[in-house]
Design a protein around this ligand. Structure first.
Ligand SMILES: C[S@@+](CC[C@H](N)C(=O)[O-])C[C@H]1O[C@@H](n2cnc3c(N)ncnc32)[C@H](O)[C@@H]1O
Length: 268
């Protein structure tokens, strides 16, 4: 059993004998114990969650009764296509300033499962994705591999505008920050009601991350971003959440479930 940064115990499971080699490599990379091929994640009571390898795909399944379904980085899947068609991406595009400059360069400093990065790349931005959690980095890498294997020209084009930079955004090489126009932040916020049903992706983030450190870290991340030479910093927040680090944004773009706080530092 291995304990993750957020005090979560994890193990790695190859689904079939053909997955054994990659699963072994991944287990070493992540420092996780390897479970016997094909064991039933539903019956595992030793760990909190299992990283499952199945062909090209990698996903995380929480264990225990009533656990939410598996979580993966799913680029170009039904949920993403629906979000695209329904126009939900427009607020994010407006917040970062899509259309104000061709091929806007965005640093997504909290990439997570890459959904917002994918939306931004689909809107024509060049996106550098920073993600510091090693398990989530593997989910992102696998999601990109699976999407590339589709042979879909739209997906290839969008993925071609996404570059993954594993590690803490604040430690990203200076060269990779050159020419960045916008820093985008979607930090974790502490869960207000532990019993409330949360989406399975959010449930995973909450498991992986240390809740107590999250609020303070989010403030620090904004202050870090604001001292960089970028035109804008955009922060995704729950509608009624307080401003990060007590810093009042230049303007807000609000939707039903989310708001974007926009800190304008100069013209795009
Ligand atoms: C709420 S999730 C972001 C979800 C993402 N916007 C999406 O669309 O899937 C926050 C993520 O930021 C990552 N994170 C937090 N602070 C970070 C930092 N300083 N550098 C890199 N990643 C960070 C966490 O590990 C977590 O995966």
């Amino acid at each position: 059993m291995s304990t993750h940064a957020g005090q979560l115990s994890l193990a790695l499971l190859p689904t079939a004998p053909a997955d054994q080699v990659f699963a072994t490599v991944l287990a070493q990379r992540l420092g996780l114990p390897l479970l016997p091929v094909g064991s039933d994640p539903g019956r595992n009571e030793q760990v909190d969650a299992i990283v499952i390898v199945s062909g090209e795909a990698v996903f995380v399944q929480q264990t225990g009764r009533g656990a939410p379904g598996p979580v993966a980085a799913d680029f170009g899947g039904t949920a993403m296509r629906h979000r695209r068609r329904s126009g939900h991406n427009e607020l994010l595009g407006k917040a970062v300033g899509v259309g104000k400059k061709p091929r806007l360069r965005v640093l997504d400093a909290t990439a997570g499962l890459g959904r917002d990065s994918f939306v931004l790349a689909d809107l024509g931005c060049d996106v550098l994705l920073c993600e510091r959690d090693p398990v989530i980095v593997e989910l992102l890498l696998a999601g990109m591999r699976v999407a590339t294997a589709h042979g879909d020209s739209w997906l290839d084009e969008v993925l071609g505008r996404m570059l993954l930079c594993p590690g803490d955004a604040r430690e990203a090489p200076t060269a990779s920050l050159a020419g960045v126009d916008v820093i985008y932040l979607d930090p974790m916020f502490p869960q207000r009601d532990k019993s409330a049903a949360v989406k399975k992706e959010m449930a995973l983030f909450q498991l992986l991350l240390d809740d107590n450190a999250a609020a303070q870290e989010a403030d620090e991340l904004l202050l870090w971003a604001l001292q960089l030479d970028v035109a804008r910093v955009v922060v995704k927040r729950p509608p009624r959440a307080p401003d990060l680090a007590g810093r009042h944004p230049s303007h807000r773009i609000s939707g039903k479930a989310v708001r974007y706080d926009v800190y304008v530092q100069r013209k795009l």
